[in-house]
Design a protein around this ligand. Structure first.
Ligand SMILES: [Zn+2]
Length: 487
């Protein structure tokens, strides 16, 4: 008897434990988006990445993504989060001159609050309906206000903070008993940070790529340990790639300009020039005259390529200088010796530095993509697609109607198992259809039986009336007789 009660208690405890586990997850679809800054698409070819390869081949991957111009960190992360081109979301560089604010803007609320039409995925998720909570683990721009509201869960960027704790915290948000996040954006600043100082081919970067492979393995092992693998969708992306540049390919463009006639912003390979009043043509002509000899191009605002979707914004500079691929500009002439000092190496002509920001058509600028989870197809490779399409993909996974954006739905169709509908919706529709069919069949059977019976009554009444015309004068009496006979 005692052991029976003990068993009951254990079972009860187990049931409560299970209930607690279930209740700690959001009732909405769950998505984690992970970004490794500057993780180039072809690191899969040059490095051994067992954990990332496992995820890649379990779910869906593309050889590369096509990102947006300029291939810099903040513009591309905000495009991933909004589905908008740089000229639409307004984050046109990692720094830029805003003529409205009349100053250079660096990362801050001013950078991201271009206008109220720009709605990042985490804001859309929380605003759509109750009990949707988003989290930003150091995602660029993730901890600022949008539409005057803060994200529920947020950890501001802190360079070098423990990677494993970032994952643990993100999973804790997803399993929070009171406000379980159904969307978490996680950011890692490598291999970008050290890639700039040592170049993408360096042992330092190779070592960091290994570490990122390990943290990928850790994330997916933790999902498995917490029984979340079939409940949480995970999308891994990067913002851009990186190419190596050495000091002989640094180009000094400011030597062609007169001090005090302009401001400049941005970093190699794209330097924004903001001429003082009356100097624009002179500066443009001076830069243009030297451009072909010195491996860079110069554009007036009216000359920006339409396909960049960059120029139609007050923040796009009057003049842009773009180094050719493999070349860098004045900012690296200044920062290269600083890197040598900070990381204690000797600067030589063979020293390599990492640069990104070139046209997205350059293969070395390409990011990577892979995804896995309950809504993601298995063992599928899709064609390269645009980062502007990721927002719609997030929306479909999260069961959100997308806000107006520059992307298409095409990749979602290729990547997701049931494009457009959640499994729960499909089950509800299926059950509803079966019930409706059963009701219709039942009604048809009842109606048919009633018709048959009525026909029998009429026939029998007619026959009886014919046989006993005096006795059975009307239908009611005949019916009475029939009822008795049937009984
Ligand atoms: Zn970046």
């Amino acid at each position: 008897m005692f052991s029976f009660i003990m068993w009951l208690l254990v079972l009860q405890f187990f049931a409560i434990f299970l209930l607690f586990q279930v209740n700690c997850l959001s009732k909405h679809p769950i998505l984690i988006v992970v970004s490794y800054d500057a993780f180039r698409y072809n690191f899969f070819e040059s490095e051994e990445l067992p954990n990332m390869e496992e995820v890649r081949h379990r779910g869906v991957y593309a050889d590369h993504l096509i990102n947006v111009f300029p291939t810099k960190t903040f513009p591309n992360h905000h495009t991933i989060a909004t589905g908008l081109y740089t000229e639409v979301h307004g984050v046109i560089g990692n720094s830029f001159y805003d003529p409205l604010l009349k100053r250079i803007v660096t990362i801050s609320p001013d950078m991201y609050n271009y206008n109220d039409n720009v709605i990042p995925i985490w804001r859309l998720n929380e605003d759509f309906e109750d009990e949707r909570y988003s989290g930003s683990m150091m995602w660029p721009g993730g901890d600022f206000f949008y539409q005057n509201k803060a994200i529920t869960w947020s950890m501001p960027f802190h360079s070098g903070s423990d990677w494993y704790k970032r994952i643990d915290q993100a999973l804790a948000w997803i399993q929070d008993p009171f406000k379980p996040a159904n969307l978490v954006m996680i950011y890692f600043e490598e291999p970008d940070t050290h890639g700039h100082a040592f170049g993408p081919n360096s042992p330092t970067v190779k070592n960091l790529i290994k570490k990122l492979d390990n943290i990928t393995g850790y994330l997916h092992q933790k999902l498995k340990d917490n029984d979340l693998t079939d409940k949480v969708n995970v999308i891994h992306v990067s913002d851009h790639g990186m190419t190596a540049v050495s000091p002989p390919k640094f180009v000094n463009i400011t030597q062609y300009l007169t001090n005090g006639t302009y401001e400049w912003a941005g970093a190699s390979p794209a330097i924004q020039i903001i001429p003082h009043d009356g100097y624009e043509d002179g500066i443009y002509n001076a830069l243009k005259a030297e451009s072909e000899k010195h491996n860079y191009k110069v554009y007036k605002k009216s000359e920006y390529l339409t396909r960049w979707h960059y120029g139609n914004n007050r923040r796009a500079p009057p003049i842009l200088v773009m180094a050719n691929v493999g070349y860098a500009l004045d900012d690296l002439i200044i920062s290269a010796p600083k890197y040598a000092l900070k990381y204690n190496f000797t600067l030589t002509n063979q020293s390599e530095f990492g640069v990104h920001g070139y046209d997205y058509t350059d293969p070395e600028m390409h990011p990577y993509f892979m995804a896995v989870g309950p809504k993601i197809k298995q063992k599928v490779k899709v064609n390269p697609f645009h980062t502007i399409d990721l927002f719609n993909l997030f929306c479909v996974i999260l069961d959100l109607p997308p806000t107006k954006n520059n992307g298409t739905m095409l990749p979602s169709n290729e990547i997701l198992i049931q494009y457009g509908y959640a499994t729960s919706t499909i089950i509800m529709i299926s059950v509803g259809a079966v019930v409706l069919v059963l009701v219709l069949i039942s009604m048809a059977v009842i109606f048919t039986l009633m018709l048959i019976k009525r026909q029998q009554n009429i026939t029998t009444t007619a026959a009886l009336n014919k046989r006993f015309p005096q006795t059975f004068q009307n239908y009611i009496e005949a019916q009475h007789l029939l009822d008795t006979e049937e009984a």
